[in-house]
Write a protein that binds this ligand. Sequence first.
Ligand SMILES: Nc1nc2c(ncn2[C@@H]2O[C@H](COP(=O)(O)OP(=O)(O)OP(=O)(O)O)[C@@H](O)[C@H]2O)c(=O)[nH]1
Length: 364
Amino acid sequence: MHKPFAKQQRADDASHRREYTHYLAQRMAPAIQALTLLAVVAYLLAAGGRAALSVSPVPLVLRLAPVLPLALLAMAARREKRPLQLSLLALGCVLTLEMGVNLNGIGQVAGQRLALPGLLLPVASSVIWIGRWDFIVAMALCALGPLPMLLLSAVNGVPIFQYAVYMTIAISVATVLRAFMSRTLFEQFRLEKQLRLQAHTDGLTGLLQRNRFLELARFELNDIYLRRIPAAVLYLDADHFKQLNDEFGHAAGDDVLMRLADGLRAQMRDTDLIGRIGGEEFVVLLSGLTVQHAHTRAEQLRQAMHIVHRPDRLLTISIGIAPCNRPGESIESLMSRADQAMRQAKINGRNQVVIDHSAVHPAE
Ligand SMILES: Nc1nc2c(ncn2[C@@H]2O[C@H](COP(=O)(O)OP(=O)(O)OP(=O)(O)O)[C@@H](O)[C@H]2O)c(=O)[nH]1
């Protein structure tokens, strides 16, 4: 179930990190999918070419064996979007490639040369690692993977020394590339989040913008109808607001609107969805409350607003309530009924709560 946006704004560091990890997974998935596919083709070409050019004590079938797990990993990566699973698939691919390097190099006079393509691996894969842990594991696999083959074919340790130098350079380059990529992606994530926040929240009151409210309310209503729980929509409008603006200016009006929004937030539960729908009009979706409970809450809210002082008088609001008692009814229709009830409250003399009875179930 979608929680109110206000709640998302208070997300702690752990959920922020989780959000970033999922963002990275979305961004990295196509690269991981392309690289795992490339690994299958590259391995086939390299192992096939080597089999045609040189003799090896390891049977060809065994040397080509990594193609199957590589192909399976590439296929699994095609449908994957979850961060941990993507990291594990990419690591599986690196591990299989390193096993392939050993299978093709063991027993060959110039076996150590086969370790050279492995030097590409840290650099080629540097940007796909989602977390720090998978990057470290991948680099360790790249560095240590070809060692069995090198140890078997080394003469006086010379190839191992050369390999260690080149691998250190390759891992250093990979670390720089990854650091640059992480910084760029984190900045992009931060900016996108900030833009989303600005697009979703009202700049003056910090409440949900109309469109975002409607979007979240649709999700919430689906859940309400599915679970068959009671709910109600409140439509709130500040009384004689034009008079305030006309007499004391828009800045005074803005100040009252901000304090009205603060009062709304303080009175409502974390799970209530609150949106600013128009100038001095607000809507609340109260989930899990019967119409009687919603009425009590609306009355409390109306009275709580009296502590907000306007320069000319106490702030009063008129509230309309539409109970969600027609399964499948849209949020737009509920808001329209609540708005009608609010208009009735204005006609009745303002500063009061009116329930829309047009669709109240007989049982209620
Ligand atoms: N300060 C300020 N005023 C706004 C804002 N948005 C809308 N308004 C003003 O809100 C006022 C709404 O006035 P009306 O719709 O006539 O309603 P009212 O004067 O409150 O009268 P009733 O609703 O009948 O009690 C208008 O003067 C708008 O200019 C805003 O963001 N800031």
